[in-house]
Design a protein around this ligand. Structure first.
Ligand code: ADP
Ligand code: ZN
Length: 218
């Protein structure tokens, strides 16, 4: 059983790799962005509030995020681990997590800025199940249709050039500094660096699994 954080900039592949790792690790993925996209579909005051932040590329306030995380953690079956994708995104969230559960490993993804821009602008997600595709490098078998569930693919409203820019800025200012926090706590790291647009998710997942095995976590 392993509790991991998959960590990296927007477009670094967190969601793509986490969804492929979950069956191999017997862990549940907790994808904060997906949870917020579900919440935004509802026309509730919470949905409208969350939307105001996500649309601008800003972080949803910590009190909301931490409450959502707590709820989600209670749904992890006993004896099962989890992979956190998109949490924590600032120091305060990292500290809140400490009171909730232990983290065994940080999977750190590093990707150059030009690849991030290329990937995010060509990214499409399944409207139905959230599976991630890329119209250039990770195409579905049938044009604009999800391989997994047959749902229609669409572009995320926050994958526009201005909002992407804002999200990267928020990542650099608020999220990246958390790495230092976990280093000081001596949490083990697995690092995977993407240097080319041709790097396949299979390659990345294989490398990450190798790292986990070395640490005896897989
Ligand atoms: P990405 O990692 O590609 O930027 P996500 O799907 O993980 O995208 O997140 C989309 C948006 O959801 C973020 O830009 C932010 O507005 C909101 N969000 C997700 N996770 C968090 C979090 N832990 N704290 C605050 N806001 C969050
Ligand atoms: Zn789907």
């Amino acid at each position: 059983m392993v509790n991991a954080i998959i960590f990296g900039a927007p477009g670094s592949g967190k969601g793509t790799y986490a969804s492929r790792l979950q069956s191999k690790l017997g862990a549940d993925v907790i994808a904060m962005g997906d949870i917020f996209r579900e919440i935004m579909k509802e026309n509730t005051s919470l949905g409208r509030k969350v939307k105001g932040y996500v649309e601008k590329g800003l972080l949803v306030p910590d009190d909301v995020v931490v409450e959502v995380l707590k709820q989600r953690l209670t749904k992890i079956p006993k004896g099962k681990g989890f992979i956190l994708d998109g949490y924590p995104r600032n120091l305060n969230q990292a500290k809140a997590l400490e009171g909730l559960d232990k983290i065994d490993v940080i999977i750190q993804l590093t990707v150059p800025a030009w690849i991030i821009i290329e990937r995010l602008s060509a990214r499409r997600i399944c409207k139905n199940c959230g599976e991630v595709y890329n119209i250039r490098y990770l195409k579905p078998k049938v044009d604009m249709i999800c391989d997994k569930c047959g749902g229609p693919l669409c572009q995320r409203p926050d994958d526009t050039p201005e909002v992407i820019k804002k999200r990267i800025e928020v990542y650099e200012q608020q999220t990246q500094p958390i790495l230092q926090y976990y280093k000081e706590k001596n949490v083990p790291f697995i690092r995977f660096k993407t240097e080319s647009l041709e790097t396949t998710p299979e390659r990345a997942v294989e490398e990450i699994l190798k790292g986990l095995k070395k640490l005896k976590l897989a």
